[in-house]
Design a protein around this ligand. Structure first.
Ligand SMILES: C[S@@+](CC[C@H](N)C(=O)[O-])C[C@H]1O[C@@H](n2cnc3c(N)ncnc32)[C@H](O)[C@@H]1O
Length: 250
């Protein structure tokens, strides 16, 4: 893909996700249940949501802790949506929307107590994300990072072939735990996002949007690829999905 086509592709992908509350699979109750077990944080933790999209997690975290959330995304469209949603929910005072690169944050070392990143670490690669984000965290800081993961070693060929092309660095949970063990984090727990959350909160609304959006050749391409991804998940969701890794700095 040439750089121009790549840019056009990202614009089309962003357009397809415009107005959706979630830009990737996730679930508020599932997130709250993870939060309810994080006991070691300060009362008003310093929070960052990296690759925040339009703020599905950032808004939930702000509401949950009544504390400030630094919400970073590279897309100005999604950051504008986040600003509007924060205003609508009366959470403007707790959300710091930042359009920028989550791999190049110039924040002071140790300035974050809780780092949250949902469906976004794959843009850097899980291992690289752990390395780049670790210095941001305070002593005993917590990171909750969701990462597309194989649930078993015995994965059917069509699923392997698809993801080898779409995300070659995708690893099994065991491989990701190995990556964690080699980083300066220790693993506290893992949680698999249930497949129904993919359909209810992400693929369902996305499918509706696919039927409504005015199409162009590049949008048609993005829609075809998204349908392929959904068909694969429909068949093989027992074999892969998002695992949330709850980590603490060592
Ligand atoms: C699958 S979406 C998930 C968004 C959000 N966490 C959610 O669950 O709704 C991944 C997000 O990462 C953002 N992103 C990709 N690369 C990025 C980078 N280098 N820096 C900041 N954001 C990035 C994209 O713009 C997109 O909003």
């Amino acid at each position: 893909m040439s750089t121009d086509t790549q840019t056009e592709y990202v614009v089309a992908l962003t357009d397809l996700h415009r107005g959706l509350d979630r830009k990737g699979p996730g679930d508020s109750d599932f997130s709250r249940s993870i939060l309810s077990n994080l006991s070691t944080l300060p009362l008003k933790p310093r929070i960052a949501d990296l690759g925040c999209g339009s703020g599905a997690s950032a808004l939930l975290l702000a509401q949950h802790y009544q504390s400030t959330v630094m919400a970073v995304d590279s897309s100005s469209v999604f950051i504008d949506e986040l600003k509007a949603r924060a205003k609508q929910l009366g959470l403007e005072h707790l959300i710091r929307p930042i359009q920028g690169d989550m791999a190049k944050l110039d924040w002071s070392a140790g300035s974050v107590d809780l780092l949250w990143s949902e469906g976004a670490a794959y843009n850097l690669g899980f291992e690289e994300a752990l390395k780049i984000w670790r210095p941001l965290l305070a002593n005993s800081g917590i990171a909750v990072i969701s990462e597309l993961s194989w649930f078993t070693d015995d994965v059917p060929e069509p699923a392997i072939a698809y993801w080898q092309n779409a995300y070659p660095m995708m690893g099994s949970e065991a491989k990701n735990i190995d990556r964690i063990n080699r980083s300066s984090f220790s693993l506290l727990s893992t949680h698999r996002l249930p497949s129904h959350a993919w359909w209810m909160n992400y693929y369902g609304p996305l499918r509706e949007r696919m039927q409504q959006i005015e199409t162009t050749p590049i949008i048609q391409l993005v829609i075809r690829e998204t349908e392929e991804e959904m068909n694969l998940f429909e068949k093989f969701s027992d074999f892969y999905g998002y695992t949330f890794y709850v980590l603490q700095t060592t």
